[in-house]
Design a binder for this molecule. Sequence first.
Ligand SMILES: *[C@@H]1O[C@H](CO)[C@@H](O)[C@H](O)[C@H]1NC(C)=O
Ligand SMILES: *[C@@H]1O[C@H](CO)[C@@H](O)[C@H](O)[C@H]1NC(C)=O
Ligand SMILES: *[C@@H]1O[C@H](CO)[C@@H](O)[C@H](O)[C@H]1NC(C)=O
Ligand SMILES: *[C@@H]1O[C@H](CO)[C@@H](O)[C@H](O)[C@H]1NC(C)=O
Ligand SMILES: *[C@@H]1O[C@H](CO)[C@@H](O)[C@H](O)[C@H]1NC(C)=O
Ligand SMILES: *[C@@H]1O[C@H](CO)[C@@H](O)[C@H](O)[C@H]1NC(C)=O
Ligand SMILES: *[C@@H]1O[C@H](CO)[C@@H](O)[C@H](O)[C@H]1NC(C)=O
Length: 453
Amino acid sequence: MRSSFLILSIINLLTIVHCVNYEPNWKSLDARPLPEWYDRAKIGIFLHFGLFSEPSYVSEWFWDFWRDSSTPYVWQHTQLLRYMRDNFKPNFTYAEFGSNFRTEFFNATQWAEIIKKSGARYTVLTTKHHEGFTLWPSSYSFQWNSMALGPKRDIVGEFSAAIRKIGNIHLGLYYSLFEWFHPLYLKDMEHNYTTHEYVRLKARPELEELINTYRPELLWSDGDAVYNDTYWNSTDILAWLYNDSPVKDVIVTNDRWGTNCHNKHGGFFDGPDRNNPDSLPKHKWESAISIDQVAWGYRREASLDQLLTINELIHQLLKTISFGGNFLVNVGPNKDGRIMPIFEERLSQLGEWLEINGEAIYESQIYEKCQMSKNNQTFYTKKNDGIYGITLDWPNEGIMEFECIDYDDVNQVTMLGSDESIKFGPGSNGTLVKFPKWIPNTFKYAYTFKFHV
Ligand SMILES: *[C@@H]1O[C@H](CO)[C@@H](O)[C@H](O)[C@H]1NC(C)=O
Ligand SMILES: *[C@@H]1O[C@H](CO)[C@@H](O)[C@H](O)[C@H]1NC(C)=O
Ligand SMILES: *[C@@H]1O[C@H](CO)[C@@H](O)[C@H](O)[C@H]1NC(C)=O
Ligand SMILES: *[C@@H]1O[C@H](CO)[C@@H](O)[C@H](O)[C@H]1NC(C)=O
Ligand SMILES: *[C@@H]1O[C@H](CO)[C@@H](O)[C@H](O)[C@H]1NC(C)=O
Ligand SMILES: *[C@@H]1O[C@H](CO)[C@@H](O)[C@H](O)[C@H]1NC(C)=O
Ligand SMILES: *[C@@H]1O[C@H](CO)[C@@H](O)[C@H](O)[C@H]1NC(C)=O
């Protein structure tokens, strides 16, 4: 009796395990539940680092803008032609930046410490951008990687180890599918993407090497938008990732798997850069934004007014989280391998705010009734028996109405960072709250009330 029960249980268990076998089609792949850690983490730090960090001028698209006059980026193209003419010897090639790219101050522990201090729960590093230069000794990127050229270091390896060591931050790796000037890619392009040599011999095996070696929990795919998923063999890659890869149970990915996939297929939806939907999305999404509003990689010429202030950053964070998104904040380390103090400061300000207000952010859920006030100054999230109203205003009169909170539902109001008991009462169509005494160094940027319901 007992042993047959045991055998049945084992058979059940095997069935459950066996059942989770994804087929290389979107119907099957899209049915995979997103691993839970991702929605709970909410805040991530994106790092754009690569050979483009060496010239660190105009954009991480430097090489393409400089070489390709057919892009719509005429201003960038003209600017870079002039810059190269005035500052480099004739016939200087992009590859020659490689020997100057020494990253002599790169210290992965320091990056991990800055990320930790920001309050982020995940991070994403560009391991290969569209230039094709890999930040690890890729077996598929001969002489075009950070071990053979430039730093002579495994940047991805050092970064992954430092992130794991510091703890409580999920490791994400960005990988660009396409490469502007890869000969095999150019050939496939000439054949109108009816051949797949680049995918078969470069992108696919290289991506597998990256995943097998560093075992990230997030794969941030990009550079897909030149053709549809048929060319990239995306469903086959994802079936491998979800069924057979060493990270099959934890890996989270995005929707950049071909022109027909954005906001439709994959894991969470990134949509366009600086995603900012105006109505509540039905699917888990992410807003990737850069503190430098002009570019993702470091730009030496960036001016202060081009960088998001901490208030702007918090405002965008609130709009994103209240609408159910994750917030991925980008900084570009410089050519020396340093996250410059202005970016470090911005990230640490974010961390200070999350230290007090994180309860309303991490692991929070969408408050279905209402996500933001009519004047866009107050945002709402919920968790267990609390609804959080987070406002950018500190009213002069010290009284504000939270229009989305029904007074009859409220048992008690508290404020994050304050011990004072908060007075509240019925408003014209919501709940009135009396702000407590101002506490310097605690109240910053946006203020969170918890409505216990
Ligand atoms: C640059 O390259 C062109 C074409 O290969 C060559 O004719 C020219 O002499 C080169 N210029 C210099 C300064 O090396
Ligand atoms: C890297 O930074 C950490 C933390 O600041 C420091 O303890 C360590 O000595 C640095 N390593 C090197 C090689 O400079
Ligand atoms: C690719 O498409 C273009 C435009 O439709 C066509 O002119 C060309 O012949 C095609 N090339 C190949 C190799 O099929
Ligand atoms: C992708 O492109 C191929 C080749 O042009 C075409 O046969 C296929 O229908 C396209 N797939 C989608 C989903 O549009
Ligand atoms: C997609 O990948 C699978 C498995 O590696 C392979 O058998 C198939 O030929 C690939 N398809 C294309 C179009 O490259
Ligand atoms: C609030 O945000 C919405 C959507 O982003 C926008 O359409 C509207 O103009 C904003 N209202 C105010 C008062 O800023
Ligand atoms: C009252 O608030 C709700 C949202 O909580 C809103 O839908 C409704 O339009 C508001 N009514 C008035 C009169 O402002």
